[in-house]
Design a protein around this ligand. Sequence first.
Ligand SMILES: [Zn+2]
Length: 199
Amino acid sequence: MATTHAMAGLAVAALATLAAPEHAPVLAAAGLAGGLFPDLDLYAGHRRTLHFPVYYAVAAAAAVPVAALAPGAWTLAAAVFLAAAALHAASDVLGGGLELEPWRETSERAVYSHFHGRWLPPRRFVRYDGSPEDVVVAVGLGVPAALAFEPTVQRVVGAALLVSVGYAVVRRRLPRLVTWLVGFAPTAVRSRLPERFLD
Ligand SMILES: [Zn+2]
């Protein structure tokens, strides 16, 4: 889920603070933003438009040595942002498929690789977003990462983990709610919704 990706991005930022502790706040922001960024395509070609499992990694591999040679707030933030986005896009393969009820395991689309020119299949180590194991991963990444930062960041992590638990509690009821709500939507709105919301 998005919050797990954000916590993974913060973990990347926490590692970067070992090299540049003076930039901790900007690194935290870059890690959280990079972890969330790919999922901004939720309603426009989800897991394809802003998901680049190979190209983000290539960009991060270029940005990290630049940040190492010229460590400043901007170069470090760019490296952390790209590494967090790369981790997000690549780790989407470890979850479930792109479908409204991913626990049904009918979709063979986890994330689109523009490099390979095809969808990569889901491995389902985390069966679906908002599953109990997803919460465990979010807590397992978020809590140790938060220790590298000051209380403001720790409060953000606490809020994100609370949201994660709440999402996990209602997750399996959401598809019915969405389907029910979509039933009331005018045709003009419905025709703009992603396919997975309509079946
Ligand atoms: Zn994603």
